[in-house]
Write a protein that binds this ligand. Sequence first.
Ligand SMILES: [Fe+2]
Ligand SMILES: [Fe+2]
Length: 243
Amino acid sequence: MSKVIKTLPKNCKFSTLSQLRAKVETQTVSQEPETPNLKIKQYQYGPLNEAQKAFLDRVIRVDQAGELGANYIYAGQYFVLQHTRPELKDLLKHMWDQEIHHHNTFNKLQVIRRVRPSLLTPVWRAGAFGIGITTALLGKEAAMACTVAVETVIGGHYNDQLRILMNKFQIDAKDLNTGEIINGIESEELNSLKKTIKEFRDDELEHLDTAVENDAEAAVPYWLLTEVIKGTCKLAIWTAERV
Ligand SMILES: [Fe+2]
Ligand SMILES: [Fe+2]
């Protein structure tokens, strides 16, 4: 990009405005290095359709409710296990801190995108805290089995969302540098949401591994406990997406 800078000739004496204009010399100064191909791509994205908007709202609502639930499950487990199994405090606190970060992130997204929270939020809070306390009272193994069940369902749930976000959210955009219309690209907002969900999915799967390493499968009865909690999580997801 270049800019024309007007300068007065040397020894210019002010006279009338028209004389002054006539004497003005022009010179061209380059403001930027000549690297036109390195321009930052800027797009103006087209709107999402109604189905895409509704899906995104559901994603934010259910993920916020789910992370709230996870936060409260760990709160319940920590409340009990910090006394009964103090050696687990650091481990539980690490996982709990990650859930708090997940929860805060979706709280912010909920405000930015103006998505109403699940109407059953008090139920999710009380239910999750209850599950955390109960499994922790059953013992360390039951608490870890609970984590296995929850993270199995949540990991799968995040993967389902990512599959849809990757396949059904291509929109048209205008390249603001060239004016060209590009078909089927993803907006920065969508990319950022996908990145967030992938990061959280990986955290959840790490929690699952940690729980298995900490004797989750020794819980009695493991199968019944995990299947009941998985069923509860699936029902909660289905409900939080809608209510
Ligand atoms: Fe989480
Ligand atoms: Fe988790």
